[in-house]
Design a protein around this ligand. Structure first.
Ligand code: HEC
Ligand code: HEC
Length: 246
């Protein structure tokens, strides 16, 4: 059985065990999420434990944390810890819908606020891929202008985000992931969205949306945060990469 199958098997057996408590609470609980964020932000992260927690995340986000260029799984490497903490707490409390990932955020698999802080710190120090997928590149001047007028104040001129305000780093992100999230934020489907952002982008046309996200997909982290193109995460050696576990 390969690594992915092992993890999925482990996950489903654990989930069966907690089925009753999971189904008891199906409503979004933003207050629980906010409390967990507060708690995790004030803990001292343990990187070594973060590496262990990250193992389950590698199944989808890859051992490098670079996700997939088709945008199904986002790049999470290098993300600001406060952002990862908020997204994990929101997904777990159903304050952001993510049916694919949510089972893996159960306390049995992920742990509590400490483990969230640990894995967020581990993810933050991973070097970022700059081979993310980008848009068609036809309307970049328009995209740049829209970005500077509408996004820089919050996400920063290079898409570097803002830790204190838990505003995501969006540089280096896969184009179709950006498009999906942006669209969901605009139409109100992403429940944990920033209301000011949602308002700011209400009038964006399909052309605007494409142009600004095409521009964003070409923003890069500073050189010292970029991974070499062939970098492989040494914390997850070969036998984690689809070969049988010994
Ligand atoms: C079964 C696959 C799967 C696993 C396992 C998984 N994720 Fe995810 N994750 C996803 C998907 C799919 C999305 C994007 C969902 C969407 O489009 O809204 C996502 C999104 C995220 C996001 C939001 C990123 C952003 O830019 O807002 C974070 C953070 C994240 N995952 C962290 C983790 C961590 C940490 C783990 C391990 C504890 C993990 N994921 C395990 C599938 C997975
Ligand atoms: C008022 C501040 C603000 C403005 C203006 C703003 N954003 Fe955001 N944006 C946020 C915050 C905060 C989040 C995260 C919300 C959450 O989930 O907690 C976010 C989330 C996002 C996401 C999802 C990121 C992810 O990793 O899932 C994208 C993409 C995005 N913004 C792009 C943009 C673009 C492009 C613009 C300009 C057209 C813009 N934003 C304007 C604050 C802002």
């Amino acid at each position: 059985m390969n690594y992915r199958a092992n993890i999925l098997c482990l996950a489903s057996s654990l989930l069966l065990g907690v089925g009753a408590s999971v189904s008891a609470q199906n409503e979004p609980d933003p207050a629980a999420a906010a409390a967990e964020v507060e708690q995790a932000l004030h803990l001292t992260p343990n990187l070594e434990n973060g590496r262990k927690v990250f193992m389950v995340c590698t199944v989808c986000h890859t051992p490098e944390g670079w996700g997939r260029t088709d945008g199904r799984y986002p790049q999470i490497a290098g993300q600001l810890p406060s952002v990862t903490i908020k997204q994990l707490a929101d997904i777990r409390a159903r304050n952001r819908d993510n049916p694919t990932m949510r089972p893996f955020t159960s306390p049995r698999l992920l742990g509590g606020a400490q483990e969230i802080a640990d894995v967020a710190a581990y993810i933050a120090q991973l070097p970022m891929s700059v081979n993310n997928s980008v848009g068609p590149g036809m309307d970049l001047e328009h995209g740049k202008k829209l970005y500077e007028d509408n996004c820089t104040d919050c996400h920063g001129s290079k898409g570097e985000g803002n830790a204190a305000e838990h505003i995501p780093k969006i540089q280096g992100q896969h184009y179709s992931y950006l498009k999906r999230q942006f669209h969901w934020i605009r139409i109100g489907k992403r429940r944990n969205a920033d209301q000011k952002m949602a308002k700011q982008i209400q009038r964006f046309t399909p052309r605007d949306e494409m142009a600004v996200l095409d521009y964003v997909s070409r923003l890069h982290p500073p050189e010292e945060r970029m991974a070499a193109p062939d970098w492989q995460n040494p914390d997850f050696p070969k036998f984690y990469r689809g070969l049988p576990i010994r």
